[in-house]
Design a binder for this molecule. Sequence first.
Ligand code: ARG
Length: 263
Amino acid sequence: MKKKIAIILAILSVIMLCFSGCGSKGKTLDDIKKAGELVIATSPDFPPFEELNENGEVEGIEIDILNLICDELGVKLKIEQMDFESVLPGIQAGKYDVGVSGITVTEKRKKNVLFTKPYYLAAQAIVVFEDSTIKTKADLEGKKISVQTGTTAESYCSEQNYAISAFAANSDAQSALVTKKVDAWVIDNCTAVQMVKKYNSENEKKLVILDETMTEEPYAFAFSFGSEDLVEEINKFIDAKINDGTIEKIFENNDLMYESPNK
Ligand code: ARG
């Protein structure tokens, strides 16, 4: 009997060990150096952070930053594209090394992934047609709003009990507004500026971004648990590049004013 209990206990502890071990799937700094590449998961529908250029390549502020990080680590950058809603689950499952997608650090997400230090501070913005009756956040009450699936715009708007339509692609969230299926589009402010500018340059009826922004969105890169030493290394790098003005310069090159998260 005692022997049986001992065997059962041994099996249980192996299962427990596996579970705790399975929680940390992230690669260490050493693993990355050995692999010779850093695999990023990104949703390239978020200008100027990541978008597709005319040759179908992913480019943008975050790609510039990641290229610098890869140079520092002496590894190649490998880009895996997907919808935003798949980025964080993919990191959590250890399928990719780092999530690079204008990802906002939130307490809820911190339970599932390991964030670097934020390198930028954004906010949520409201986009409407210029003749819209929606002039402030208070006017969103009872209105239909489009958002991108899995984003902080989606969680914020559902917390406010707004009637939301969620779309896997950012461009579809914009189209919902343009085709009047919704009354407003909620999206991160910098991406709103870029996408609205492009739309307005091609269309008669103009979109506007309301002055009133909502929420604070510190952007960081997301790793799987287990990548603690790698994150530590990257944090040092982010600090150094914020302090020496490199990150600010990257923003300026992309026509965006830099908002430091370390205010
Ligand atoms: N900052 C928002 C979030 O973390 C939106 C990010 C959307 N990113 C993208 N590449 N489409 O939820």
